[in-house]
Write a protein that binds this ligand. Structure first.
Ligand SMILES: [Zn+2]
Length: 374
């Protein structure tokens, strides 16, 4: 899920939101303007209901943001890097890079989110109580309190990627001493909750709950797939821990002049090597980028004779780098993203290797075989 729209930086953390939120904005404003507000405080102009409804939708986003920011700030304080926050359909996602250093850190990072939602709810409700009478402002604040309590409670459901799932996994991690086991057992518990939600949604549908039934079943299904992804990710990171980059990288590296055409490269260089990725350099020997064989083969034949490697290479500044001694799991956590990146390995300013997805897959396969044999 990539952030579509950038909002800016708050406390040095990149915040963006996904297009799906525009629908939720409209949905929240609409629900407030046509149902919640007219029912609580009747007798105002429709336009005023809509204006207050729009303010309510903005406050709703501010609440989501407060929840996510609390995760991000506490994560950073516990030594976990935060790539950014994206607000989307189900609330927010903080992209943490790497894993919490301890079970306690994981519990604190996960727990502070719902806590923040409950605090926001408390503040909204107290302010609403302090304002005499019932009007549009108190109605909005009471609604905001209710929404934040719901947000906090929903996030405490013990299933990944919700905070409740992480809290449960941290407790199981602390008890068993193994993060992988903690995650695995928490995913099992989460699966039960996910199936319960799907079943409740389907039953609700038969009992006439309509859209909310579909919605609950959909969230259940989402939790189910997120749990499996979490389990797999944690197993992969564990398998790659304490494996140095040097044990996985391909070395030595063949670098190519960046001024040759794609055709020349495919006809004269590629057949004599078995690499899938080549760094390219300029006439002074300075590295300028990285080309992938698979991208070049896919180019239209007409373009291959005119384009030079320099024009089709991924610029060197965009290629992540590492050193031979870094731990693979730490490296993947640091550069973020999936396993599909090429990483250049430098030692004392010298290019000594290159790490491709195939290299990492090979390590994983070898570890798996070793694990089964023992
Ligand atoms: Zn959260």
């Amino acid at each position: 899920m990539t952030p579509s729209i950038r909002l800016g930086r708050i406390f040095g953390i990149e915040v963006g939101f996904n297009w799906s939120l525009i629908f939720i904005f409209a949905l929240v404003a609409w629900t407030l303007a046509t149902t919640v507000l007219p029912q609580t405080v009747p007798g105002y102009e429709a336009l005023l209901y809509w204006l207050v409804g729009a303010v309510g939708a903005l406050l709703f986003y501010a609440s989501l943001l407060a929840h996510e920011l609390s995760h991000a700030v506490v994560a950073r304080r516990n030594g976990v890097k935060v790539a950014g926050i994206t607000l989307w359909l189900f609330g927010g996602v903080s992209q943490l890079e790497g894993e919490p250093p301890s079970a306690r850190a994981e519990a604190v990072i996960a727990g502070v989110g719902p806590l923040t939602s409950f605090v926001v709810a408390g503040v909204a409700i107290v302010i609403a109580e302090l304002i005499p009478g019932i009007n549009l402002v108190t109605a909005l604040l009471s609604w905001l309190g209710f929404v934040n309590i719901s947000l906090g409670l929903f996030n405490l459901v013990p299933a990944f990627p919700l905070d409740g799932g992480r809290l449960l996994s941290s407790v199981l991690w602390w008890r068993s001493g193994s993060r992988v086991r903690g995650v695995r057992d928490a995913v099992r518990v989460g699966r039960v909750f996910a199936y319960l939600m799907i079943a409740a949604g389907v039953f609700g549908l038969f009992l006439g709950a309509g859209v909310s039934g579909i919605w609950i079943a959909f969230i259940g299904w989402f939790l189910l797939s997120a749990g499996s992804a979490e389990e797999q990710g944690s197993a992969v990171r564990a398998a790659l821990r304490s494996v140095p980059v040097s044990a996985a990288m391909t070395a030595p590296v063949v670098t190519l002049p960046d001024w040759v055409t794609v055709d020349t490269f495919l006809e004269s260089v590629a057949p004599s090597h078995s690499f899938t990725t080549y760094p390219v350099h300029d006439s002074t020997g300075k590295l300028t980028g990285v080309v992938r064989l698979s991208d070049l083969v896919r180019m239209p034949a007409g373009e291959r004779s005119t384009k030079h490697l320099k024009e089709v290479a991924q610029p060197i500044a965009a290629v992540p780098v590492t050193n031979p001694r870094e731990d693979l799991s730490a490296m993947l956590g640091r550069i973020g993203g999936g396993l599909d990146q090429r990483v250049l390995v430098f030692d004392g300013g010298q290019l000594v290797g290159i790490l491709s997805p195939a290299d990492i897959a090979r390590v994983l396969a070898a570890r798996e075989t070793a694990g089964r044999a023992s």
